[in-house]
Design a protein around this ligand. Structure first.
Ligand code: GTP
Ligand code: SPV
Ligand code: MN
Length: 592
């Protein structure tokens, strides 16, 4: 029988609930040691030292990248695996056609065999964590048990991890149970299971990102969206950003884009020089928990405390904030290296790659130096644009909700929904080219309602009904918009410069919220009147602008017809209001 080494004596006594569960898992997985994480800086240092000594982590150039390390994941384990991710609700109908489903008893039995003895020879880490500010009524706690020290290092950055979270759990009682083991990293023995009715997660066979950092997509989106439906709030794949206009007024917006479609970048954008007087405050870059407030507005917290961000494309001109923030105390995963032992990725303007993400001598014939889904893990507080309001237990009030996708065709730069109800349809209509953030083909347009296709923990039909209900109960609901930064011309060039210049679109959105900007009605929604979008100092041709704001009728009719077909797949779960809204859009297209 393995002996438990509680390095921090007494931590296991803080919560009997947790201790009992840990004891059961220990018996099943048979680790050599059990270690309860207290979340201290000393602990992080020690763990990092152990990984460095074992060669699992590699120190980067400590002069130019102090405190930075490189981790190379198993080459078969570089992204989320949606085809191996299941919602194991009691009824299949509850999970909906948008999810893989497995009977909970069958899933438990399968996972039990995988976990049996899986931690032999390893340390089992117990990580109590809190999603959201520790003193926020909207925050929720969980405990992840894992046999990966790399996961511990990531969770220590991404969540409020350690003693304080455990103390909150001890007073609250409830917590989300997440059991994770890397197993032997065999993709044939890899499963990410969610038991929403039991607030529990089991993940086996992957050590990467959303598969393994269970506080993130598994807890804060799949489990939380289920809880949110029961409790009257929303758990969404959204960034949260504060925008201070030249008059000194700050408004907050939340935006949902699919994975690797620009959330982190928009959340910390640098205002262009030709838009003086604007300031940007990042509240969150990936997940928002939205609660109706006592004032009839929607309020948002960011449940996370760090960023697990896409590295490729980051440089001083696309995103100076990100570029600066990842120059110290950052964990890089699957990037290349320069001869100076600096990290290198496609889009980095300094240095040249010597080795690629697999550690091979760099050869462009082998593909990119950095894996397209290579990531940085970094504390949110290192972001020069970090907004302190991210720690406000009440969250921030949201003026606008923005949906968007990566679409080289069709979707215009920006349009506004006519109402909350129409906005829910607009959110549901998000479709986007697939990216390297998930295993599978890249660049194929797929439907990704609310950017939640991989993350909604229940039936999309019920989810839209919940969205409609939340909005109907709000006295001052946010306005809803749709954007697309990724339109391309025939030559495959982006029509819109993107990044910091996206502030021009956000400025119009805020003016719409303030009632100070005009709009032209189109069949799909309201768009900026000619001249309403501030293009001062922007190098863009009038032709490009025309293309970006066009609503080609025939193409849109086709799109709406195919979207209607998709909605019908949700059968009796589809709210009538959604059909009424799509028929209204079809009517407007026919009349145009
Ligand atoms: P996840 O962390 O996977 O949820 O991704 P994300 O939505 O936070 O995406 P992120 O901001 O990391 O951007 C993903 C990729 O899109 C990066 O390579 C960026 O450089 C690129 N990108 C972001 N914003 C823009 C933009 O406005 N225009 C263009 N052309 N590319 C962008
Ligand atoms: C995403 O894929 O949307 C991410 C990265 O934010 S992961 O944590 O792997 O889910
Ligand atoms: Mn994401």
């Amino acid at each position: 029988m393995a002996t438990a080494l509680h390095t921090f004596a007494g931590l296991s006594e803080v919560s009997n609930n947790v201790a009992d569960w840990v004891a059961g898992v220990q018996q099943l997985t048979q680790p050599d040691r059990v270690y309860w994480c207290d979340g201290s800086a000393a602990e992080e240092q020690r763990l990092r030292g152990e990984l460095l000594a074992r060669g699992e982590l590699r120190e980067l150039n400590q002069k130019s990248f102090p405190g930075c390390c490189l981790y190379r994941s198993n080459p078969s384990d570089v992204a989320r695996v949606e085809h191996l991710t299941y919602i194991c609700s009691r009824s299949k109908d509850a999970a909906g056609p948008n999810n893989n489903w497995m009977d909970p008893a069958a899933a438990r039995a399968k996972m039990r065999e995988l976990f049996r003895g899986s931690m032999r020879g390893r340390t089992m880490y117990v990580l109590p964590y809190c999603m959201g500010p520790l003193d926020s009524p909207y925050a929720r706690c969980g405990v992840e048990i894992t046999d990966s020290a790399y996961v511990v290092l990531n969770m220590a950055i991404m969540t409020r991890m350690g003693r304080a979270a455990l103390e909150r759990i001890a007073t609250e009682g409830g917590f989300v149970r997440g059991l994770h083991s890397i197993g032997d990293l065999d993709p044939a023995r890899r499963f990410i299971m969610h038991y929403p009715e039991e607030l529990s997660i089991e993940s086996f066979g992957s050590g990467y990102g959303g598969n393994a950092l269970l506080g993130k997509k598994c807890h804060a989106l799949r489990i939380a969206s289920w809880q949110a439906r029961d409790e009257g709030w929303l758990a969404e794949h959204m960034l949260i950003v504060g925008l201070q206009n030249p008059r000194g007024e700050t408004h907050y917006v939340a935006a949902a884009f699919p994975s690797a479609c620009g959330k982190t970048n928009l959340a910390m954008l640098i205002p262009p020089a030709s838009l003086p007087g604007w300031k940007v405050f990042t509240i969150g870059d990936d997940i928002a928990w939205l609660q109706p407030g006592p004032d009839g507005r929607l309020w948002a917290i960011n449940p996370e405390s760090g960023y697990f961000g896409v590295v490729p494309g980051t440089n001083a001109s696309t995103n100076r904030n990100a570029d600066q923030m990842i120059r110290r105390d950052t964990l890089f995963t699957n990037v290349g290296l320069t001869a100076d032992n600096e990290p290198w990725w496609e889009g980095r303007t300094e240095g040249r790659p010597l080795t690629d993400w697999l550690g091979r001598p760099y050869n462009p014939d082998n593909g990119p130096a950095a894996h397209p889904n290579s990531r940085f893990t970094v504390a949110a507080s290192q972001n020069p644009a970090y907004g302190r309001e991210a720690e406000d237990p009440r969250g921030v009030p949201i003026s606008a909700l923005i949906f968007g996708g990566r679409r080289r065709e069709l979707a215009p730069l920006v349009y506004e929904a006519r109402s909350w109800q129409h906005g829910v349809l607009v959110g549901a209509s998000v479709a986007s080219e697939t990216t390297a953030a998930a295993a599978g083909q890249v660049g194929v347009v797929r439907r990704d309602p609310m950017a939640m296709k991989p993350f909604a923990g229940y039936n999309f039909g019920d989810y839209w009904a919940h969205w409609l209900a939340v909005g109907a109960a709000l006295k001052n609901p946010p306005r809803i918009f749709h954007v697309n930064w990724f339109r391309q011309n025939a030559a495959g060039k982006f029509l819109w410069p993107g990044f910091g210049e996206n502030l021009r679109v956000l400025a119009w959105i805020l003016d719409r919220c303030a009632g100070s900007a005009g709009a032209v009605e189109t069949p799909i929604g309201n768009m900026p009147l000619t001249g309403e979008l501030n293009t001062a100092g922007l190098d863009i041709s009038p032709e490009a602008l025309t293309e970006l704001t066009a609503v080609p009728n025939a193409a849109w009719r086709k799109e709406i017809a195919s979207f209607r077909q998709y909605l019908l797949e949700f059968g009796s779960h589809l709210p009538d209001a959604m059909l009424a809204e799509i028929d209204e859009v079809a009517r407007r297209l026919a009349a145009a």
